[in-house]
Design a binder for this molecule. Structure first.
Ligand code: BES
Ligand code: ZN
Length: 617
């Protein structure tokens, strides 16, 4: 289960025609759109705030538009003014609506003269939902503070007042001042040789959606991994990271061969502290990544393949609304598989595809029917549902099915032409399908019917004839797991000595939901899973062991939960704990210790989970 933030579509009750606009933004793109953003910000670590101004270049669509409506959340606004062509400024009247828990505070700026530019002087909140501020003690090297943003999905508004909808694209420039020795990076071209002088300028010349705005700052060293790639990380981490990600240039070259030139200049990776709430984030020119993939054996670098793939699917061709997110994540997960296959072989790519397909098969039936659709009806999504594996794994399964039906050469050409056709645009599912119909489905008749396409995109569940890749290794693991559970094979006779990370994941994923305690203890005695440095294995192992009632693993699980704030690796352990006798109190103790180090998003998710468990008691 991939953990992504939940959305309250439910309360909004949109007409179908509203697909093209975005229900999670107050912006009115039919009236006016931002075409360029210029930021001038000061990083204020003592107060945990960004201080400065955002200047928006505007393109007015409606000559009668009375106002400019922006998204904000918890911003303190000092003043707003119009900028004339002559550089003269005129103050503008504005109103901030009461805070909506999901969407923040709608900002309405009166703009009777339709100025070409508007400037907002503001300060962020220390609790901004899209920023995390770490003290030196909370970093690996303990010398300097650290901060980073995570804007996707709707958190850019907590650090920049703007139209926070993926349908609206703008270029940006920024000037950022910071304490000396703190290096600042953004989702724009970064200069590895920039002096540590506290004065940074950035230029992102391509139009991007707001969720790709990103900033990071701290004690950051740089190590080149190729002619157009480098790793940025704290000094004690950067060497390990550069080694783990040494294949980055080969990945870029592979993707270029398949889908055309990499259009963003450089592809750098910022490795964040372990509190980063996701695995990776495809910020243009500067992917943000969790350190939990630094296992030492490159076994989890498909994360880089994934974030790099977004340079085509997502950053170049962008889902116009969060309801269309499978256009980003499903297509990217497919491309990720192709990069992994080219670099590390079909065996590993198939294992990763199977892992996610099996997980999807297991969970999809329990989801509300509408959430099982690649393109759900936004009117029918419940407030408590979250974007889940459907976008990623049903989406990539659909594309693998297309590849298999049309043949690799045809499908590769088609996908390349799709990326070029919609380059630097935000599109809906329906636009994607309108392109697919004449250019793939009808062009090569008899391969896949339109009804089948519709079933993949708008149907619930997984189409009956969906094919799975074969994996002889996984077949063996299935047999060994069954024999072990049936008492026909001792734990130490499992072939696990040779299992890679994915094979361990597969073995653990398919243990029974509640595995007998004796089996858990036998596995631990044979393979010493408690205390594993591999957090993908640890998350699965501790979940099973806790659910089985093995209290001996609690301290090691707690250590994992306190150290790692990545939602997907930590939340399942809270879930397992609150479901076991005495576990809720322990989960609360762990959270009390972990909270200060968690990102606001992780805090929110864990607090909600604990509150729900308490209510159910
Ligand atoms: N863009 C996503 C992360 C995301 C999605 C953040 C939606 C907020 C809302 C990123 O590309 C992603 O998918 N990351 C995965 C990694 C991966 C290898 C599947 C993650 O963080 O686990
Ligand atoms: Zn992604």
């Amino acid at each position: 289960m991939r953990l992504l933030p939940s959305f309250a579509f439910g309360a909004l009750l949109l007409p179908l025609a509203a697909y093209a606009s975005e229900p999670h933004s107050y912006a009115q793109p039919d009236q006016v759109v931002i075409t360029h953003l210029d930021l001038d910000l000061k990083l204020d670590f003592p107060h945990k705030q960004l201080d400065g101004q955002a200047t928006l270049k505007l393109e007015w669509k409606n000559p009668q538009a009375p106002s400019l409506v922006l998204d904000t959340r918890d911003l303190k606004i000092a003043k707003i003014e119009a900028l004339g062509a002559d550089g003269k400024t005129t103050p503008l009247k504005y109103a901030l609506a009461p805070r909506d828990k999901q969407l923040g505070e709608k900002l309405t700026i009166a703009t009777p003269t339709h100025p070409a530019q508007v400037r907002i002087v503001y300060t962020t909140s220390p609790d901004a939902s899209g920023l995390q501020w770490l003290t030196p003690a909370q970093t690996a090297d303990k010398k300097l503070p650290f901060m980073f943003s995570q804007s996707e999905s709707i958190h850019a508004r907590s650090w920049v007042p703007l139209q926070d909808s993926p349908a609206i694209r703008f270029s940006y420039t920024a000037h950022v001042s910071a304490p000396k020795n703190v290096r600042v990076v953004m989702s724009a071209l970064n200069d590895a040789k920039h002096p540590l002088n506290g004065d940074y300028s950035f230029d992102q010349p391509h139009p991007i959606p707001s969720y790709l705005l990103a900033i990071g700052a701290g004690d950051i060293a740089v190590k080149e991994t190729g002619p157009r790639s480098a790793v940025y990380a704290e000094p004690s981490v950067v060497g390990k990271a550069a080694h783990e990600f040494e294949d980055t240039e080969q990945m870029i070259a592979t993707a270029e061969k398949l889908y055309g030139p990499y259009r963003w200049g450089r592809y750098d990776i910022l490795v964040l502290p372990p509190s980063f709430p996701y695995g990776g984030m495809e910020n243009p020119d500067m992917t943000f990544a969790t350190p939990t993939v630094l296992v030492g054996d490159k076994s989890l670098v498909s994360l880089v393949a994934h974030e790099l793939a977004h340079s085509w699917s997502g950053n170049l061709v962008t889902a116009a609304s969060w309801r269309d997110i499978w256009l980003n994540e499903g297509v990217t997960t497919y491309v990720q598989g192709r990069i992994t296959e080219a670099l590390y072989g079909k065996g590993l790519a198939d294992e990763e595809a199977l892992l996610s397909a099996r997980a999807l098969q297991k969970e999809i039936g329990a989801m509300p029917a509408n959430s099982q659709k690649l393109a759900p009806d936004p009117r029918g999504i419940d407030a408590d549902d979250s974007l889940s594996d459907v976008a990623y794994d049903k989406g990539s399964w659909f594309l693998r099915t297309l590849e298999q039906r049309f043949g690799r050469a045809t499908f590769d050409n088609y996908l390349k032409s799709y990326f070029n056709h919609f380059a630097f645009q935000s599109i809906t599912t329906e636009q994607m399908l309108n392109y697919m119909k004449p250019n793939l489905i009808e062009k090569y008749p008899g391969k896949m019917s339109w009804a089948e396409v519709q079933d993949w995109v708008y149907g619930s569940g997984i189409p009956k004839d969906a094919l799975l890749p074969d994996s002889p290794h996984f077949d063996t693991i299935d047999q060994e797991r069954s024999a072990f559970l049936a008492g026909q094979m001792a734990a130490d006779k499992l072939g696990a000595k040779d299992w890679n990370t994915q094979e361990w994941m597969y073995f653990l994923d398919r243990l029974p939901d509640v595995t007998p305690l004796a089996k858990i203890q036998q596995l631990d005695a044979a393979w010493h899973l408690t205390g594993t440095p591999n957090a993908e294995i640890g998350m699965r192992w501790y979940s099973h062991a806790i659910t089985a009632g093995d209290k001996a693993v609690w301290p090691a699980a707690a250590e994992h939960m306190i150290r790692i704030g990545r939602l997907y690796l930590t939340v399942p352990l809270y879930k397992a704990l609150v479901g076991t006798p005495g576990g809720l109190a322990y989960a609360e103790q762990v959270y009390a210790k972990a909270k200060a180090g968690y990102h606001p998003l992780t805090q929110q998710v864990v607090e909600d989970l604990i509150a729900k468990a308490k209510k159910a008691q």
